[in-house]
Design a protein around this ligand. Sequence first.
Ligand SMILES: Nc1nc2c(ncn2[C@@H]2O[C@H](COP(=O)(O)OP(=O)(O)O)[C@@H](O)[C@H]2O)c(=O)[nH]1
Ligand SMILES: [Mg+2]
Length: 317
Amino acid sequence: MYKNKSICVVVPAYNEETQISNVIETMPDYVDNIVIVDDVSNDETVKVIEQCRRVNEKIVLIKHEANQGVGGAIGTGYKWARDNNFDCAVVMAGDGQMDPDDLAGLLDPVVEDRVDCSKGNRLFTGEAYKKIPKVRYFGNAFLSFLTKVASGYWHIADSQSGYTVINRKILHTIDWDTMYKRYGQPNDLLVRLNVFNFRITDVPVQPVYNIGEKSGLNISKVVFTISWLLTRMFLWRMKEKYIIRDFHPLILFYMLGGLFSLMTVVLFVRLFYYWFSTGHIPPINALAAMFSFMSASLFTLFGMWFDMEYNKDLKDK
Ligand SMILES: Nc1nc2c(ncn2[C@@H]2O[C@H](COP(=O)(O)OP(=O)(O)O)[C@@H](O)[C@H]2O)c(=O)[nH]1
Ligand SMILES: [Mg+2]
């Protein structure tokens, strides 16, 4: 128990035979249960966990029958926490990249009911730029920007950090079976939380690298799949939040922004085609392309601004 709230830590683990025992041993005492979800690891992960379980009765081991990916494993853990009536569910990786000393700081805003969800942010310390490999750092920055647009949580950054705490209300509201099953899970969850107006805050945590972890993530591949996921989730959120639950004019701004963006592309392609085939640009064509570009940027920016305004209270005050 932490400040009278029961705490369940969900640990997704795939081929972590060298790392998992350290995660278990360094778990703070106030954690009530550690639910480790193995995803058909093909090394000795399960054996190591079973050994630890003999001396540590807080451990619950769930074994998937087929590999579902890290998001699928987190969903399984959350459902266990929900069905066992926990107050808070935490996610910590099985490779030891989440510092247990940061956990109390993440739990505080949730157990004090200032927010419904808190998330670790590794960028506050300034150390991150030195510690996180560069390709990942910039991939993360790009995805964090897209996640702001898609989720409407403009005050949240470092979207790829999976170190999170959620409360009982979230556990019982979100449909965990439909949550994204692979590396885009943190992004998917943020968009879903926004539709239900859950409050969320970022808490500074330490970036942990070079402790023997081996990442299964290929950043150049994941940037494309998560961008596509975020595009779909953005459209879904617009429908759910601003059409079904409310009718907000920002939807018109975003729609006009999209329409003019499409027109801008068509007009610029036409312009270059003329340029290359005849050697000159008809002024009316150039004017139309520029007008279309300006309208697209303005409408889109206004859409974003309204969205930001609508969600500005969903944070720790
Ligand atoms: N259950 C499960 N866990 C996974 C899977 N892929 C990764 N993980 C776990 O998710 C955590 C983060 O994965 P990792 O590859 O280290 O991602 P990174 O730290 O963002 O580079 C680690 O604890 C992995 O063991 C999977 O397919 N299933
Ligand atoms: Mg890792």
